[in-house]
Design a protein around this ligand. Structure first.
Ligand SMILES: *Cc1c(COP(=O)(O)O)cnc(C)c1O
Length: 352
């Protein structure tokens, strides 16, 4: 960055002044030695879950640190990325006066969280080819603009944002840029994690909900500078990641071969699905995807959506989203599920 970046100028004053809640397990944790814990009013009968979970999730972060090649102090975990995003709003945006930039059509949660936190969301539509319009974004920025949300690969469009455009934003915006990489493992592009060192105003979010196949355990991951992580840590609920989640996540993260196999299977299925969809005559366009879903434009999205529901197949109708008129979003399923979808689409196509 050209200007020196000072996170203390961005954080809300009440958050900077906060004395975080200190939980029993924060003050004293076992280092493997046998200790008698009579400090947290837990039930002493061992069941594997009778104790409070580690509030700092040390083992899980250690594993992520090894996999992602980044120090644990630059990692924060949340109850899904949604909690991470909410913490970012609450740490840096003053309700009623600050604003953020979002780029529709994109992930709906950014605006929902803006609404909950009483923060103005300034929407700068993506271009026709679903890329950020950098000049227009800078025109919307003022002294109260704290955050810009970039979702890449983007949901619901599936494409990745242009690297040069993202760089221009990160290098010239004085607030924080959040890059939501929920779908990065399906993309050929590298994660921005490797650029954290260079850009202190960068926050990257990832999740175990998509490629890692663990939407049910709710684990979102935030990578940022130590200073940003320290601030977010000071406001997170002490036990936000439960014991079952910490254990299951660690187990899965020790089986990277399985995860890689699943991702490459999904990518093969995505290709097969795309090829089959090209044969369906009411599908007018299928957008290029770097994610585990395909966005396609059809003759009449609502009609086709309802027809699929009748056949027991649930997809997402995105027709009300800006730039997404008559589009449907389809998640890549198993081979069998995709075949069923294709068969139904071909039937509908024959019947008109
Ligand atoms: C699915 C998705 C997430 C995941 O949210 P979790 O709360 O971690 O399940 C985050 N961002 C985008 C853009 C998504 O599509």
């Amino acid at each position: 960055m050209k200007q020196t970046f000072d996170i203390n100028k961005l954080v809300r004053p009440n958050i900077a002044a906060l004395k975080p809640y200190s939980s029993a397990r924060d003050e004293f944790t076992s280092n493997g030695s046998k200790l008698v814990f009579l400090d947290a009013n837990e039930n002493p009968i061992e069941t594997g879950i009778n104790r409070y979970p580690d509030p700092q999730q040390k083992k899980l972060k250690q594993r992520l640190s090894e996999i992602k090649n980044i120090p644990s102090e630059k990692i924060l975990l949340g109850n899904g990325s949604d909690e991470v995003l909410d913490l970012i709003y609450r740490a840096f945006c003053e309700p009623g006066s600050d604003n953020v930039i979002t780029l529709p059509p994109t992930y709906g949660m950014y605006n929902v969280l803006a609404g909950i936190n009483n923060i103005e969301s300034r929407e700068v539509m993506l271009s026709e080819d679903f890329q950020p319009r950098v000049k227009e974004i800078f025109e919307e920025i003022d002294n109260n603009t704290k955050l810009i949300f970039l979702c890449s690969p983007n949901n619901p469009t599936g494409n990745s944002f242009d690297e040069d455009k993202m760089t221009e934003l990160v290098e010239n915006f004085k607030g924080l840029v959040i890059i939501d990489e929920a779908y990065i493992d399906f993309s050929e592009n590298a994660s921005w994690i490797e650029k954290l060192e260079k850009y202190p105003n960068l926050i990257i979010t990832q999740t175990l909900s998509k490629a890692f196949g663990m939407a049910g355990i709710r684990l979102g991951i935030c990578y940022a500078s130590k200073d940003v992580i320290k601030i977010l840590n000071s406001i997170k609920p002490p036990y936000n990641i439960n014991e079952l989640t910490q254990n299951r996540a660690q187990f899965k993260l020790h089986n990277l071969a399985e995860i890689n196999r699943e991702v490459s299977d999904i990518l093969i299925e995505r290709k097969l699905l795309l090829e089959a969809l090209l044969e369906v005559d009411f599908i007018e366009k299928i957008f290029k995807s770097d994610a585990n879903f395909l966005l396609m434009r059809v003759d009449d999205a609502t009609k086709r959506y309802n027809q699929l529901i009748e056949k027991g197949i649930v997809i997402r109708n995105r027709t009300t989203q800006p730039l997404c008129e008559n589009t449907l979003r389809i998640t890549v399923g198993t081979s069998e599920e995709n075949k069923k979808l294709i068969n139904v689409l071909k039937q509908l196509s024959a019947n008109k």
